[in-house]
Design a protein around this ligand. Structure first.
Ligand code: ADP
Ligand code: MG
Ligand code: MG
Length: 883
């Protein structure tokens, strides 16, 4: 097998297509060579070689050394100098590069090949001793740190110490002789600290560096990164060994980075930074403040240091030409690295640039408008989950801001909620429907559940890349991090602010876009869904086949969902309508009644309230389909629990507390998830289903009148496993429908269907479809019942399962295609066999998860239904699944 691929002099053995074999960096270096761009020559050792290295127990595969040395002499020919040569030494950079760009891998080693002898050759050849020794000390520092594992700080200390002693402020002030003193101290320190001298043999240096790149594939940072991003260990990393070019060769040399468009706004303008007389990571390391590439950028940033455009106009012009070519070639925004050596431009890297969601939209739309990509490609360029960043409310600019602290704008959007100080409290509060802001000194992976439950996250410590910031951005949750002016007194559960103390339960607002922390709740503006966002959505809608509905029962949710483009309601959970104060009383009366008449009397009070709920929903949906699920949870959920609550409720209801207590006791279930719920309730107490059905049909009549759009209600019977269950409930529904149609003189078309959320229902779907006109896959319960795990209890061990590699994702987040998915597929096929036009949808949490949506497309569902804020994500994901 060929293990080494050459590039240089306008041609390469590989190309951008060889990303898997050459890694992203190597493949793009090859591609740039093939395009005739100025790239220092070099070679790429394949990712397969990395795998072979591990298979052989961390040994270089046989023949590799020969292959590298043959390629290296060709690189030397192209560069006009040879590796290890005492007169004209070739110096190298050794760079890692996996298929996907991966932080956590080995840092690049520059200037490799320098030693006490070659440094003198370099000084002679360049006529610049200072430059040669600066390069040498950089190399020793990097190599000792990256390859030999010496502490980076120790070198910085020596350097600072010497600079202070000599009275220099900048590295560029240090003379050749002074560098030599520093180098001697470096070497001595290495020998003392590591017990081995700094290697002088260039070949030993090279193989040390190559081995270090391979080893870094299995270091802890890289392994963690791969786990978080689903990158398989089997990919391996490539190694790029490349001739050096020098940005630190005096004031006509420079190094820099650029984006072809602004990565945070998407604006179509070259954007970047550089440093004169600098090398490698100096630009990002913050040693000196970098300068703007363009004049426009310089003016905007208010800097008085000249732009590259001004100071090196020729190199700049060539660079601009190249950026345009590369963007057109890759048909995407590029992230570039370059170096200028004595006026001559060299390209060192290009790749598709990372960008914010806003920038992604703008770039995709503008590239499609320019004809560079098709609208479908534009749709494919947007990560559906990233839209979340754009869907959150922002603080009304006209609102008064009572600022009590500020930190970093770590994750966009604004959020209001009550303060909680622990993740457990956040989870607990959100269970009871309260909105909370999680306030922590800093967060750790144990806080994930609390972070999910919170509306917003505030941390006292940590930067833009702290755990809280990274995780919050990933979840689309507003976050302010590093609010150093605030303090937490965790024992007393107090937040100490500029404007006094706040306690648990006090309301605050976070502005994740500015980093401000505000007291109380503040007026918000809804997100802007037109412009680029609207264009992409339009193209997505044209491309997708599945409809997107929403799960909603409140008018506010239904309206929000429509504004996000929902095409109906896929799940209206009626029980949520019974928890309001004036209603739960009647609900409790019904539960306490000891006969059917008593229950009917209580239900009669609920009827008008339910009817008006449904009327409003139908009106908002204006003729779009609405699926309403009959009462699902076990009745005890509506009853008080603690003795104090029982006493209070008994008082309100005017009943004996003991009677209420004994009813609570009777209704207690050991396993409510598998208890007296779903259609089982409708079979025990058909009057409940009848009341709900009547409310639905009467509302349909009313809404049809007020909107002029006919309403076609879809009534959904939950938790069916036997066709006979559905038959029984359906007979009641049909009877009530006939009554209402007769009474109103209005004809109403409606569907009766069922949720498929039990394995038996999936298995018997052919029979059930004889009675059901639609199936809606309730994949939350279906996942619970297929795995036999309860969602509320599973978090702890599923986390362990993930850590131990037993599962690779949470089946409640992304559908378990092989198990739960197989049941969905089976039920889909069987249902269609019986009833070819059966309507099929999904209404579990999975309906808003892009990977699960892809699966829904594959099995051919008619629609997905998800929470309002996920509707745009689902529209986009459904389009991508269809393209
Ligand atoms: P990363 O993947 O972390 O960006 P790179 O391998 O791209 O690491 O190297 C980082 C920097 O090192 C480059 O941006 C460039 O400035 C410098 N560098 C790499 N190779 C060379 C080279 N052949 N000549 C000069 N500088 C180089
Ligand atoms: Mg790079
Ligand atoms: Mg269910």
């Amino acid at each position: 097998t060929k293990r080494v691929y050459l590039f240089g002099d306008g041609k390469a053995e590989g190309s951008a297509r060889d990303r898997n074999l050459l890694g992203g960096k190597g493949a793009n270096l090859a591609e740039m060579c093939n395009l005739g761009l100025p790239v220092p020559p070099g070679l790429t050792i394949t990712t397969d070689t990395c795998n072979a290295y591990y298979e052989a127990g961390r040994q270089f595969p046989e023949g590799l050394r020969d292959e590298v040395s043959a390629a290296l002499s060709k690189v030397g020919e192209m560069a006009g100098r040879q590796f290890g040569d005492a007169e004209h030494p070739l110096l190298l950079s050794v760079r890692s590069g996996a298929r996907a760009s991966m932080p956590g891998m080995m840092d690049t080693v520059l200037n490799l090949g320098l030693n006490d002898e070659t440094v003198r050759a370099m000084a002679r050849e360049s006529g610049d001793e200072g430059f040669a020794y600066d390069s040498y000390r950089r190399f020793i520092q990097m190599y000792a740190n990256v390859v030999m594992g010496a502490d980076h700080e120790a070198f910085e200390e020596i350097l600072e110490d010497e600079k202070a002693r000599l009275g220099h402020e900048l590295d560029t002030d240090v003379s050749a002789e002074e560098w030599q003193t520093i180098i001697a101290r470096y070497k001595q320190m290495i020998e003392e600290e590591l017990g081995t001298p700094f290697p002088q043999d260039p070949h030993e240096q090279l193989w040390g560096a190559i081995g270090a790149v391979f080893s870094s594939w299995m270091n802890a940072r890289a392994i963690t990164y791969r786990q978080l991003h689903d990158v398989p260990a089997s990919w391996g990393t490539a190694v790029n060994v490349q001739a050096m070019v020098f940005g630190n060769f005096g004031n006509t040399s420079a190094t820099g980075v650029a984006f072809t468009r602004n990565p945070s706004t998407g604006e179509n303008r070259l954007y970047g930074e550089f440093l004169i007389n600098a090398q490698g990571e100096d630009v990002v390391a913050g040693i000196r403040t970098p300068q703007s590439l363009t004049e426009a950028g310089r003016i905007e940033s208010g800097s008085d240091k000249p732009s590259l455009e001004k100071s090196m106009p020729e190199a700049f012009a060539e660079f601009v030409e190249i950026t345009k070519r590369l963007e057109n070639h890759y048909r995407d925004m590029q992230d570039l690295e370059f170096t200028i050596e004595r006026g001559k431009l060299w390209m060192l890297q290009t790749r598709n640039g990372k960008r914010t969601a806003r920038a992604a939209l703008k770039i995709a739309v503008e590239m499609a408008d320019a004809g560079l990509i098709s609208p479908q490609e534009a749709v494919g360029r947007i990560e559906p989950g990233s839209l979340d960043q754009l869907l959150h409310p922002t603080i009304d600019p006209k609102a008064e801001r009572n600022i009590i602290g500020s930190g970093l704008p770590a994750s966009p959007g604004a959020a209001t909620g009550e303060i909680v100080f622990t993740s457990e409290d956040a989870v607990e509060a959100s269970r009871t429907g309260r909105k909370v802001i999680l306030v922590r000194v800093e967060t750790s992976p144990e806080d994930i559940h609390g972070m999910h439950a919170a509306e917003g996250i505030l941390t006292i410590r940590g930067g833009m890349t702290s755990h809280a910031a990274v995780v919050a951005r990933g979840m689309g949750t507003p976050c302010v991090s590093g609010a150093g002016g605030l303090r937490i007194d965790s024992r007393r559960k107090r937040l100490l602010t500029l404007a006094g103390e706040l306690g648990e339960g006090d309301t605050i607002t976070l502005d994740g876009s500015s980093g401000q922390v505000l007291k109380g709740s503040v007026a918000m503006l809804q997100p802007e869904l037109s412009g680029d966002f609207g264009r992409i959505m339009e193209w997505a809608d044209a491309a997708r086949q599945m409809k997107v509905r929403t799960n909603a029962e409140t008018p506010a949710d239904a309206r929000a969902a429509r504004s996000f483009g929902a095409e109906g309601i896929g799940l209206c959970r009626t029980e949520h309508m019974f928890f309001e104060e004036d209603r739960i009383i009647s609900m409790r009366e019904m539960i306490l009644a000891d006969n059917e008449d008593g229950r009917r009397a209580a239900l009669a009070k609920l009827l008008p309230m339910q009817r008006s709920d449904f009327t409003e929903l139908f009106e908002i949906m204006n003729g779009l389909p609405v699926t309403i699920r009959l009462l699902d949870p076990p009745l005890h959920e509506f009853l008080p629990k603690s003795p104090e609550e029982i006493a209070e409720v008994a008082g309100l209801l005017g009943v004996d507390p003991d009677l209420l207590a004994s009813r609570v006791e009777e209704l207690h279930e050991f396993n409510p998830m598998l208890g007296h719920r779903g259609c089982r309730l409708a079979i025990s107490y058909p009057e409940i289903a009848e009341m709900q059905t009547r409310a639905i049909f009467e509302a349909a009549v009313e809404a049809a009148k007020s909107t002029g759009a006919p309403v076609e209600p879809e009534i959904m019977v939950p938790l069916v496993s036997l066709r006979e269950e559905l038959d029984y409930v359906k007979a009641r529904i049909d009877a009530v429908a006939r009554q209402v149609i007769e009474e109103s003189g209005q004809s109403i078309t409606y569907l009766v269907g069922t949720m498929i959320e039990l394995p038996r229902a999936a298995i018997r779907a052919a029979r059930i479809a004889e009675a059901a006109e639609f199936f809606s896959f309730g994949t939350n319960d279906l996942t619970q019942t297929t795995f036999g795990i309860s969602r509320d209890d599973a978090a702890s061990f599923l986390q362990t399962y993930r850590q131990k590699g037993i599962i690779d994702h949470d089946p409640f987040v992304s559908i378990d295609v092989e198990g739960v998915g197989e049941l969905v597929r089976m039920a889909t096929e069987k249902g269609r066999q019986t009833r070819p036009d059966i309507k099929l949808g999904i209404c579990g949490e999975h309906g808003g998860d892009p990977a699960s949506i892809r699966f829904c497309q594959q099995v051919g569902l008619d629609y997905v239904s998800c929470s309002p804020f996920r509707v745009p994500i689902a529209r986009l994901a459904a389009a991508q699944a269809a393209i």
